[in-house]
Design a protein around this ligand. Structure first.
Ligand SMILES: [Zn+2]
Length: 479
């Protein structure tokens, strides 16, 4: 029986989906105005592990993770400059070009980390009119009101507002990490914006849409949605009015998810989310990642240091999603060694059938059913390796676990069996090796993409040179 820690109740609860064996699963995606660091990527890996675990446990999962390509404002409190606009100005690109560039880099990173693409990946820009309609309905129902700068959600009209964050409403004001924009015109400081008009501090906003609201005076037809309404609109549109699991980082409990609940439940009159899952963050050498500390790493940084992306995935497997994990290069080294050891052992086992061990499978399932305890699941894999099972059975059992762990163990195992290196492919690999030696990573990446497209192969950089793997059905091209 699957149990999940639900932030809403602060309890580990039995998981009962709305529809038997079906799971509607939404995870907040990234804002694509810059390169995602390993902390952002870890969120996607954690979502991927839960999605794979649910599938392994026999659920039919519809997994949605959005792309925020409408500039939400700099802080969680929606104050200050637009993130997309800021990125666009810096690189002299349009917000759309910025979004496309960083979405594609994000996809690229996730493919390397063996994260299965979501079933639906809505982009906020595709749902802007849905968001405007959403705000209109809240106006019509009396949950929202318009002012000169924005349309606000009237928090006082929704008595259960703090049910997720369990904070006192007095704390929910600008400056206390709550609220939204500083606007003396608001009824209450904790009211948050559903729609901003292109006036005042936003008069130079780069991404705006025209929408005529009814029943209010609006200073201009031009405007753009508030950030919180984006996820609600996309979740409702892709998964329905009530969803089973909504996942996001712990920092979203206080504001973003609290606001999502208020506006969605005011709109539909129904429960928005049954199980709220919040994952903790990666620490770097015991500290929070920050620009000022210079401790922000991208996947490229790790690859340039000679690590495989899956070394980082392995590292993430060793902690529970609800615990703060401390990233150090020493720990990453240990992960790389562990992964090598598993691959080495699997390579030495004969590849001829074998039976999945019921005993260890049950242990593995028990770990997953205990609030997705992947770290314990991983330790069961090691138990299998040192067990009395026959090598064939060990192999079959471990490859079965890998459906969840996603370490591509089978591909690695089969890598030399049927990949033919043609002279053309050899030439490309040599050119790529040369580009990497010259630190021309753009060219190296371009050749890697060419190889993926032409041959359906992934190039993996290891300490002993480039290795090839077949693209699996699970990690097919993300385009
Ligand atoms: Zn969200």
């Amino acid at each position: 029986m699957l149990k999940i820690t639900n932030t809403l109740t602060r309890k580990k609860e039995k998981f009962v989906p709305i529809e038997d064996k079906k799971v509607r699963f939404y995870q907040c995606g990234p804002t694509v105005y810059s390169r995602q660091h390993i902390g952002n990527l870890s969120a996607a890996v954690r979502g991927d592990l839960i999605r794979r675990a649910l599938k392994y446990l026999g659920y039919d999962v519809k997994y949605v993770r959005n792309i925020t390509d409408v500039g939400h404002l700099v802080s969680d409190g929606d104050e200050g400059e637009d993130k997309m606009a800021k990125g666009a100005k810096k690189e002299r690109l349009s917000p759309q070009e910025i979004a496309e560039k960083y979405t594609s880099l994000y996809h690229n990173d996730l493919q390397k980390l063996n994260v299965i693409p979501p079933d639906v990946e809505p982009k906020a820009t595709e749902y802007v009119y849905k968001m405007a309609e959403f705000a209109q309905t809240l106006l019509d129902k009396g949950y929202a009101y318009a002012r000169e700068k924005a349309i606000y959600f009237d928090v006082d009209k929704f008595p259960e507002y703090n049910k997720l964050n369990r904070q006192k409403l007095e704390k929910n004001k600008v400056g206390a990490g709550f609220g939204d924009v500083e606007d003396d015109d608001k009824k209450n400081p904790y009211d948050f914006a559903l729609w901003f008009f292109k006036v005042g501090v936003h008069k130079n906003a780069l991404q705006t849409w025209e929408y005529k609201f009814s029943g209010i005076n609006q200073p201009t037809l031009h405007g753009f949605p508030g950030w919180h309404i984006e996820c609600s609109a996309m979740a409702l549109s892709t998964l329905g009015e009530t969803i089973d699991i909504h996942m996001g980082g712990v920092e979203h409990i206080a504001v973003h998810h609290t606001n999502e609940i208020a506006q969605s439940e005011a709109l539909t009159g129904k429960e928005y989310v049954k199980y709220w899952l919040h994952h903790e963050h990666l620490l770097i050498d015991g500290e929070k990642m920050s620009k000022s500390k210079g401790n922000i790493f991208t996947l490229d940084d790790l690859e340039q240091k000679g690590y495989r992306p899956l070394d980082f995935r392995y590292f993430l497997l060793s902690a529970h999603y609800r615990s703060k994990q401390n990233f150090t290069f020493k720990a990453l080294d240990a992960s790389a060694r562990s992964l090598d050891k598993i691959l080495e052992k699997l390579n030495s086992f004969p590849n001829n059938g074998g039976q999945i061990s019921n005993y260890y499978k049950e242990k593995f399932i028990n770990a997953l059913e205990d609030d997705f305890n992947i770290a314990v699941g991983l330790s069961v894999l090691w138990e299998v390796l040192s067990s009395n099972l026959s090598p064939e059975d060990k192999r079959a059992t471990i490859l079965d676990f890998d459906k969840v762990l996603g370490l591509d163990l089978e591909l690695e195992n089969n890598k030399d069996n049927d990949i033919k290196i043609t002279p053309e492919l050899r030439k490309l690999l040599d050119e790529r090796e040369k580009a990497r030696k010259e630190k021309n990573f753009i060219e190296a990446d371009r050749i890697r993409d060419e190889i993926a497209e032409k041959y359906g192969l992934v190039v993996i950089d290891t300490k002993s040179g480039q290795k090839l793997r077949k693209l699996s059905n699970n990690s097919t091209s993300l385009k």
